[in-house]
Design a protein around this ligand. Structure first.
Ligand code: DOR
Ligand code: ZN
Ligand code: ZN
Ligand code: ZN
Length: 401
């Protein structure tokens, strides 16, 4: 079959290193089929799924089970972040080559996280630790004074910038102390970015489309639909597209929930925003306005996620790479509508935004899985992460059988 791409721009198959597909356990919000269809629709050839499913992906048996679920249902290629419950599960999970170990600093105590670093070191495993940075004490203390308020915008005050910044500082100390790579998810304040700056050797970071495009004023327009952790920030502390040169990755943090649950009050609504099907339109629109470049898209949604998470056959167009491509039309204009979403979450705070530029084709290992907005059959494969092994390691003992 000949495919005519005249007039289009071709990128390496994009990688979203931060999605929540809710499978197993919360399939009413999303499952691996609908989530991966949303990915293909949004121009992603590969996704990395987060471990906070039910039960969590924090031991070898659950990790292997999720690989099987993905291989059965996924339209696009996928890797998996492992959860962390106990050091005794780390070695078993490593056999399956996780993209990283993900830790929620608002849920896991600092000494437990220190234990994870020490275990990875003991096993000579250069697998990065991916962190959600919010300090539990700061959140608890800020929350106390606001509990009786019901305006959605108080959520920004309940989880203030300081909660993130203190947590980032703790994580930087751990990374430096153990000389072990850390990837900071959804960095959302300028001061977090300043903190990270001197630690580039070990530390990489991510920004989400919502922290890049919206600020806490969005609570007024959209209410609890924009409730997310960490919350949207005020204009003076938020991240702007002009800062992208200092950030490694754009990850969607695609976090679908049912719309009825999202409409519960500010304290009861679950946090999270579904982004897979809007992010590339939003970024291409920034490109059309001269606020970022296509090379930044290629770096932040292909090269860097592939490098950080050990996806050796992904992220670049060259010999020996998988034939993963994302084809975009830089000229198409329209307005964003959740009506055409493949995700089970049929809503977006970006509803009605005008865009210039959209993905028109997603190809995974030579197979077209999305064309002109229509998602086709695919056979997504599990992509084991191959992290650079340290020189002192004497041969790896990876066995995928
Ligand atoms: O807003 C969020 N939603 N932040 C998280 O850390 C988790 C995520 C989810 O799973 O819904
Ligand atoms: Zn998070
Ligand atoms: Zn995260
Ligand atoms: Zn997340």
């Amino acid at each position: 079959e000949r495919i005519d791409l005249k007039g289009y721009f071709v990128l390496p198959g994009l990688i979203d290193s931060h999605v929540h597909f809710r499978d197993p356990g919360l399939e009413y919000k999303e499952d691996f089929r609908t989530g991966s269809m949303a990915a293909a629709h949004g121009g992603f050839a590969t996704v990395l799924d987060m471990p906070n499913t039910v039960p969590p992906t924090d031991n070898a048996a659950e990790f292997q089970r999720k690989i099987r679920i993905g291989e059965r249902k996924s339209v696009v290629d996928f890797g998996l972040h492992a959860g962390f419950r106990s050091v005794s599960d780390v070695k078993g999970i490593l056999r399956f080559m996780p993209a990283s170990f993900k830790v929620f600093m608002d849920l896991t105590g600092i000494s437990a996280v220190d234990g994870l670093f020490r275990e990875l070191k003991a096993l000579s495993a250069p697998v990065p630790v991916t962190v959600h940075c919010e300090n539990r004490d700061v959140v608890m203390e800020s929350m106390k004074e606001l509990k009786d308020m019901s305006d959605p915008s108080v959520y920004a005050l309940a989880r203030p910038p300081l909660a993130e910044e203190v947590s980032v500082a703790e994580v930087l100390a751990l990374s430096l102390h153990h000389e072990h790579p850390v990837h900071i998810c959804h960095l959302s304040t300028v001061k977090s970015l300043q903190l990270v700056e001197p630690f580039r050797d070990y530390v990489t970071c991510e920004v989400t489309p919502h922290h890049l495009m919206l600020d806490s004023g969005a609570f007024r327009r959209f209410g609890t639909v924009v409730k997310t952790n960490p919350p949207l920030r005020p204009p003076e502390s938020r991240i702007y597209p002009e800062f992208l040169d200092r950030i490694n990755v754009i990850g969607t943090d695609h976090a679908p929930h049912g719309i009825e649950e999202k409409r519960k009050g500010v304290w009861d609504a679950p946090p999270g925003i579904p982004n897979l099907e809007v992010v590339l339109k939003l970024l291409l629109t920034l490109v059309s306005k001269g606020r970022m470049s296509l090379y930044t898209i290629r770096r932040m949604l292909a090269e860097e996620p592939a490098r950080i998470f050990g996806l050796r056959s992904k992220g670049r167009i060259s010999e020996g790479m998988d034939a993963d491509f994302t084809v975009v039309d830089l000229k198409e204009t329209g307005s964003i509508s959740s009506d055409d979403f493949y995700s089970k979450a049929h809503y977006t705070p970006f509803e009605g935004f005008s865009y210039t530029g959209t993905p028109v084709m997603t190809m995974v290992r030579g197979r077209v899985v999305m064309r002109d907005g229509e998602v086709l059959e695919g056979n997504g494969r599990y992509i084991p992460a191959e992290h650079d092994s340290k020189p002192e390691t004497s041969g790896s003992e990876v066995d995928l059988s």
